[in-house]
Design a protein. Structure first.
Length: 145
């Protein structure tokens, strides 16, 4: 498997498709990988289950994480990622439809680097995704892997 720059963790197929299309159309990520729930995200990151052959040390440069998902929600995923020595420095951007203050506070308390509420309008959603991608993939200076 080639190196993944962005890991998209999103259970809504429409939101996932829009996000992927927006990032690719605007050349923000050469390598984006989509998983559909928190359990799959953890398997991917820690090279377990279906991803046991993946190089565990090759972490994505960015994780776009939905909160409300089946199996393991985004809060639990973030908690595990940020407690692990090898993954805690990966930037996690929460991309959610939740405007609830408790979700915002909980996300930052667990180590989220950014919290973005998905705009309802298509054009604004696309622009938000592109802006996030450009910032985290190009402008932001991250720790070396």
């Amino acid at each position: 498997m080639e190196h993944v720059e962005i890991l998209l963790v999103e259970d809504n197929p429409n939101d996932a498709e829009l996000t992927i299309r927006a990032l690719r159309k605007n050349n923000v990520s050469n390598s984006l990988f989509h998983v559909k729930d928190g359990a799959e995200a953890l398997d991917f990151l820690f090279a377990k289950g279906n991803y046991h052959t993946r190089e565990k040390q090759r972490h994505p440069k960015l994780i776009l994480l939905d909160l409300k998902m089946p199996k393991i929600d985004g809060f639990e995923v973030m908690k595990i990622i940020k407690q692990d020595e090898e993954t805690r420095h990966i930037p996690v951007v929460v991309l959610t439809s939740s405007k609830e203050e408790k979700d915002l506070l909980n996300s930052y308390n667990l180590g989220a680097n950014s919290y973005i509420v998905k705009p309802v309008e298509f054009d604004k959603f696309v622009q938000a995704v592109v802006d996030v991608g450009l910032y985290w993939m190009i402008l932001n200076q991250n720790t070396p892997q």
